[in-house]
Design a protein. Structure first.
Ligand SMILES: C[S@@+](CC[C@H](N)C(=O)[O-])C[C@H]1O[C@@H](n2cnc3c(N)ncnc32)[C@H](O)[C@@H]1O
Length: 223
């Protein structure tokens, strides 16, 4: 972990919440909501300091995949809205965000780039109708989801046929169980692989991540 801190910010220049990030990997929904509620006020300042580029990269994947700019996109685990902001900057105008953390959702709302924002637990069914989105992106969030296979099915249900599912997953969590959930979704003919990236930098300026934990970007087409 990052070294001594004076209470609100660490020696690395970002907040204590950011320093505690790896500790939360196994936390349950209530603890996660509390953690991200607490971090919401400083998250947007911390993430750029840690070298976080995933929101921008995810938005460019949507553009590369030809997702129309006026099409509805679900930002699953939107947090404070850094991901929605990059989608809007890329030209997207119909973005729905869901997250566990109310304070994060409020920070997302203040960015004025989401059409809808809802508090949802992605370990449960998503409570959207079938085929309502052209794409879903889930960036920096699968770390915390326990019902991965169910969530992948839900993504394929709420995205229309031919639509895009884009997610990131940490290299240390891209394990057998995670791969099995992907393969089960593929075997059930719910999606087909478009691309699986090389391991990419995640939080290169955070000492718990830097050279130790990378992320993969996966892109699927819904069948
Ligand atoms: C690292 S943040 C990523 C936020 C945003 N996608 C980004 O890239 O900045 C992870 C987010 O996942 C949310 N989260 C964790 N578990 C969740 C769950 N089961 N359902 C919905 N959101 C969840 C947290 O509240 C947090 O906002």
């Amino acid at each position: 972990m990052t070294g001594a801190s004076d209470g609100n910010s660490s020696s690395a220049g970002y907040s204590d919440s950011a320093s505690d990030l790896t500790r939360m990997t196994d936390a349950g929904p209530d603890a996660l909501a509390a953690y991200y509620d607490n971090w919401a006020g400083s998250y947007d300042a911390d993430l750029p300091r840690m070298g976080y580029e995933a929101p921008k990269r995810a938005a460019s994947i949507m553009v590369e995949q030809g997702v129309p700019f006026d099409a509805p996109i679900l930002d699953a685990g939107c947090g404070t809205g850094l991901t929605g902001l990059e989608l809007a900057t890329a030209g997207y105008s119909d973005i729905t965000g869901i997250d566990l953390s109310l304070e994060s959702l409020q920070a997302a709302e203040a960015k004025d780039v989401y059409r809808h924002l809802k508090k949802r637990d992605m370990n449960k069914t998503l409570a959207f109708g079938d085929n309502g989105f052209a794409a879903v992106q889930c960036i920096g969030t699968l770390t915390y989801v326990r019902e991965i296979k169910q969530l992948f099915s839900e993504f394929c249900r709420v995205v229309k046929r031919g639509g895009i599912v884009c997610f990131t997953q940490r290299s240390d969590l891209y394990d057998d169980a995670f791969t099995k959930a992907i393969h089960a979704t593929t075997k059930a003919k719910k999606w087909e692989l478009i691309s699986h990236s090389e391991p990419m930098p995640y939080l290169p300026n955070h000492e718990d991540f830097a050279d130790k934990k990378h992320i993969f970007y996966d892109v699927y087409r819904v069948k």
